[in-house]
Design a protein around this ligand. Structure first.
Ligand code: MSP
Length: 656
């Protein structure tokens, strides 16, 4: 058996860039991996890219590139995105890597030798978008019922895998191992799927010049799913005996729900049974991020890249880059659900940011350090023993247990919820202890105890947060004056009194500056996501865009023609321009517009545009905007200004 905690993500198709959806699975795995490392365990965390698919070859062709050049380039972008998000994977595997190819050949040869792979003839449906074979009953009017993807009729001679032979063994394994398939709702789905009857499935496709050739038959390539699944074995150095025993089987395969039932919960365990290899301990499927009620995806282009989302946070909050990365991590880990799908929006991101990071966790650190500076010259008081039974100390122990339980259930959202609650208990404890009052009353013992409790609470928070928000954890420790030479370890989360009396803190700027929500969120939101959540209020827009407003509603907006007088960039804000515009009033108005990536300031001078003239003023990056201009968006997300058709529409003319 293994002494290593081995966790994997799906390997992502390289037919498009990483986005916040693919980032989510990677970050769940990252936080779980970091948690196990923090407990002192040996961890092997694997992610990578799936490159031998037909749709990848098609994407390369569309990009006018040789497939290998194309996959090299997109795969690099994935690994850069994970570095950007501070992902701590131990290996980034690519299915074009030679060791992967050798493992796939070995898998094929062994299953052929054991009679599990045999030559056959396929006539049925194939969807390139899903890289999936579908039966007649799974197709309606040329589309796969499950996904809505286009299918094509395929007839080809190829190799089959005897999946049908594994139904009973799979059901028996699922029954005997209640935690094999998680969460429980997905287990029921899989059992129903298997009970419907498993059929043998094609294991190869015609060789069109891209993919791993079938050993001994170069007219065929290995079907991309068995090829891709073998990455989990290849990275564990299978079948090389020397390194093999230490890593296999994985503790956890984490995947999104669309590749759960058919591939990770059925085909993959059956392949492993055929290879006489132990099965993974857990296969966990999470739900989707939805955008406007639909699955967010690469092909729809409705999900921002992690870089875009972080840039949004930096621009809106002024937080340091590494902290903004953590804020995105927080939102994705906090809100992703395992048994259901969740709507994603910048509005929800900002709500979590302000509510739990700025007002709660960040505020706790800031006010604790400010109080220490004010009442004790930034020197940690000697009150560990006197506070060891306080509410915060007790709460720390139970929070550590909850976080542990939630992480072991692969539920980072539950863990972060408990951590936010802990920060809240700390904030309330300060409110109850009232050190400012005790200080006035000259009660130095009470002041010392309140300060020590607050600081120790922050130290504990730095440990609890470490698996999820590594940069924030490090920043908290740094501000508390804990030297780098004292790394956090998990047991420190339930210990009291580790912050040494007499040490000095170095409190600085707030880690999570509040985001001003009066600012129109889309002013700087990347175009890929709606700024408003469709789950956010009583008068939410319908997902199909059919919500209507009355003419009275519309008349509330005063739209006017304006003429741009001056335009200039706003320092430190890549997307913003400061404009002065003539709206037919005595003085020109100042506007802030998120169009700096679409227009050069000099090309704007003199342009006639349309503005909302009666919008509440809002301050963005220190510049107040008195109104908002109207712009459309082109297919590449560039802003296109709306201008009146004739010069005779003078500044100040009403638009209705
Ligand atoms: N290449 C296969 C996986 C092979 S694993 C042996 C594949 N790749 S993919 O690029 O399409 O990535 C799919 C995975 O990305 C999902 O299973 C999920 O982990 C993640 N997500 C993609 N879109 C997502 C959402 N909208 N929401 C949540 N997760 C998202 O399938």
């Amino acid at each position: 058996m293994t002494d290593t905690y081995y966790i994997t993500t799906p390997i992502y198709y390289v037919n498009g860039a990483a986005h916040v959806g693919t980032a989510t699975t990677t970050l769940i795995a990252d936080s779980v991996a970091r948690f196990h490392r923090l407990r002192g365990e040996r961890v092997f965390f694997l992610t990578g890219t799936d490159e031998n698919a037909q749709k990848v070859a098609d994407a390369a062709q569309k990009a006018g590139q040789a497939p290998k050049d194309y996959v090299d380039q997109v795969s690099r972008k994935f690994s850069e995105a994970w570095t950007f998000l501070n992902v701590s994977n131990d290996r980034f595997i690519r299915t074009t890597d030679l060791d992967h190819k050798a493992a796939v050949e070995e898998m094929f040869t062994r299953l052929q030798a054991s009679g599990d792979i045999y030559k056959g003839f396929y006539e049925g449906w194939y969807s390139v978008a899903d890289e999936t074979f579908y039966r007649d009953s799974e197709v309606e009017n040329g589309f796969a019922k499950e996904t809505g993807s286009v299918v094509e009729r395929t007839t080809e001679e190829n190799y089959y895998f005897r999946l049908s032979a594994y139904s009973d063994r799979l059901l028996a394994h699922i029954e005997a191992n209640p935690d094999f398939l998680m969460p429980a709702t997905r287990r029921n789905e899989v059992v129903a799927f298997i009970k419907e009857g498993l059929r043998d499935i094609p294991f190869s496709r015609r060789n069109n010049g891209w993919g791993i050739p079938v050993p001994g038959d170069p007219t065929q390539v290995v079907y991309v799913w068995p090829d891709a699944l073998v990455n989990y074995l290849a990275a564990a150095v299978w079948p090389d005996k020397a390194g093999w025993d230490g890593i296999w089987p994985p503790a956890a395969h984490l995947v999104g729900k669309e590749i759960y039932t058919r591939f990770h919960a059925t085909l993959w365990p059956a392949m492993l049974m055929g290879l006489c290899l132990p099965l993974p301990q857990h296969v966990i499927g999470h739900g989707w991020w939805l955008v406007g009620g639909e699955k967010g995806s690469k092909s729809k282009g409705n999900m921002p890249t992690p870089q875009e989302a972080v840039e949004f946070l930096v621009e809106r909050s002024g937080a340091a880059h590494a902290i903004a990365v953590d804020a995105l991590r927080y939102y994705l880990l906090r809100d992703i659900a395992f048994s259901s799908d969740v709507e994603m929006s910048y509005e929800n991101l900002v709500t979590r940011y302000n509510g739990e990071l700025a007002n709660n966790i960040g505020n706790l650190l800031n006010r604790s350090l400010n109080m220490l500076a004010q009442y004790a010259g930034s020197v940690v008081p000697d009150a560990a023993a006197q506070t060891s039974d306080c509410e915060v100390a007790t709460e720390a122990k139970s929070t550590a247990l909850t976080v542990e339980r939630e992480v072991l259930r692969y539920n980072p959202g539950g863990a972060l919820e408990a951590i936010a609650r802990f920060a809240d208990v700390n904030n309330k404890a300060i409110g109850t202890a009232q050190p400012w009052k005790k200080n006035k009353e000259g009660d130095t013992a009470a002041v010392a105890q309140a300060l020590y409790t607050a600081l120790e609470g922050n130290r504990i928070l730095s440990v609890l947060l470490a698996p999820f928000l590594p940069a924030t954890s490090a920043a908290i420790r740094d501000q508390l004056g804990i030297p780098d030479t004292v790394p956090a370890k998990w047991s420190d989360a339930s210990a009291w009194g580790l912050l040494p009396a007499g040490s000095t803190t170095s409190g600085g700027e707030p880690l999570f500056p509040r985001i001003d929500t009066k600012v129109r969120p889309e002013a700087q939101a990347p175009q890929a996501l709606p700024a408003q959540s469709s789950t956010s209020g009583p008068d939410k827009p319908q997902a199909d865009g059919s919500a209507t407003i009355t003419i009275e509603d519309f008349k509330k907006a005063q739209l006017k023609v304006a003429q741009i007088k001056t335009a200039e960039r706003i320092e430190g804000a890549k997307k913003l321009l400061r404009l002065t515009v003539d709206v037919g009033e005595a003085e020109p108005r100042q506007l802030v517009a998120g169009i700096a990536e679409s227009y050069e300031p000099q090309e704007l001078q003199g342009k006639r545009i349309v503005v909302v003239a009666n919008l509440q003023p809002a301050t963005i990056r220190g510049v107040t905007s008195h109104g908002m201009l109207l712009a459309a968006t082109d297919s590449e997300g560039r802003a296109i200004l709306l201008t009146p058709d004739k010069e005779s529409a003078l500044p100040g003319s009403k638009v209705k």
